[in-house]
Design a protein around this ligand. Structure first.
Ligand code: GLO
Ligand code: MG
Length: 347
């Protein structure tokens, strides 16, 4: 379907409609069947679906079952007018990934991770998806002495090369996060990953996906992180959400903690014409207190916040901003931006 000029496309992952289970308590909402989740997308204003390999088909299916299963899901998406945005190999649940995937100390475990990733590339190809997301969940350590950190970096590059060799069209994006589940992740930030991109077999096909909460957890500003990746021409995905300080990864509604920080992310994306580059992905968790009937409200709320902030970004008086910058009147600029966000135009 043709896209209108200047219009953004939005995605979320089926895991964003969840049961509310957390490390301290069981599910509080019923699991919504995958087919029902898929039916919710258009109604909520989304056109793209983020997928793990095993959101599409179970990881232990053989190749015949896999092809049939993938075709079924593809048909389901087509039927709803939806497009798969990316496939991400889920390398953090299988017992063979306890010590990490590509950086596990045991050779057999590393082989499993690489084989599973190649299978995820096949799934992507069968679904006409050309983007693979790597969130290296367990590629890191609980204690520094556990692994050889330099060797781990090389192993990450080899794993990316393996993907590039498996399919000539696939593009790979790293979704970096500094901690959780690990105490320390290898490649904790976008900048770290960017350093690896240029050492891969085909840097043209390797980029990043930036999740707001992950940058915040690294003590960085998500808008600046996005700007950094955009300069490299490598921001091919975003996971917008919010995060209240340095604690576990919260995946809160976009803009719910810091509206100005959210405004700046939209500003950076809009200035770069991100609508022509990629899809605006959300990665948002519902609060555990959310009732079954409201299981998608956090997604609708985040999308609404993006659109409201976009309106604000588009109505910024660029001439005024330039004037205040030229005069080095950042106090004046601060007042202008705050009043603009508060909707106090001309008052
Ligand atoms: C976790 C990540 C995770 C990824 C998803 C896609 O912190 O944000 O949700 O985005 O697995 O790779
Ligand atoms: Mg994410």
């Amino acid at each position: 379907m043709a896209k209108q000029a200047n219009s953004y496309r939005f995605s979320f992952g089926p895991w964003n409609i969840s049961t509310g289970a957390d490390p301290f308590g069981p599910p509080v909402r019923k699991e919504v069947p995958f087919a029902k989740k898929i039916r919710e997308y258009r109604e909520l204003g989304f056109t793209h679906v983020q997928l793990h390999d095993d959101d599409v088909v179970p990881a232990d299916w053989d190749s015949v079952q896999t092809s049939k299963g993938v075709a079924k899901v593809k048909k389901m998406l087509d039927g709803e007018g939806l497009t798969g945005e990316f496939i991400a190999p889920r390398l953090w649940e299988d017992p063979r990934t306890i010590d990490g995937g590509y950086t596990a100390n045991k050779a057999a475990d590393r082989t499993y991770a690489r084989e599973r990733t190649r299978r995820a590339v096949d799934i992507a190809r069968m679904m006409d998806i050309d983007l693979m997301v790597l969130w290296p969940a367990r590629e890191g350590t609980y204690i520094r002495e556990a692994k050889d950190a330099s060797q781990a970096v090389g192993r990450l590059v080899e794993a990316i090369d393996d993907i590039l060799k498996t399919d000539a069209k696939i593009r790979v994006v790293g979704e970096m996060k500094p901690n959780e589940p690990m105490d320390q992740a290898y490649c904790p930030t976008v900048g770290h990953f960017m350093g690896l991109v240029y050492r891969t077999l085909d840097p043209k096909r390797v980029g990043v996906l930036i999740e707001s909460a992950h940058s915040i957890l690294a003590g960085l500003d998500p808008a600046d992180d996005m700007a950094y990746a955009l300069w490299h021409g490598k921001l091919w995905g975003v996971h917008l959400n919010d995060q209240n300080g340095l604690k576990y990864d919260q995946d809160k509604t976009f803009g719910s903690v810091d509206l100005r920080r959210a405004f700046n992310q939209v500003w950076v994306l809009e200035r770069a014409k991100y609508y022509d580059i990629g899809v605006v992905g959300l990665d948002i968790k519902a609060m555990r207190t959310t009732k079954q009937a409201d299981a998608t409200k956090h997604l609708a709320n985040s999308l609404a916040m993006f659109n409201h902030l976009l309106e604000l970004v588009r109505s910024v008086d660029a001439g005024k901003v330039e004037e205040l910058r030229a005069a080095r009147d950042y106090e004046g600029l601060e007042r202008y931006i705050l009043e603009h966000i508060l909707g106090r135009k001309g008052r």
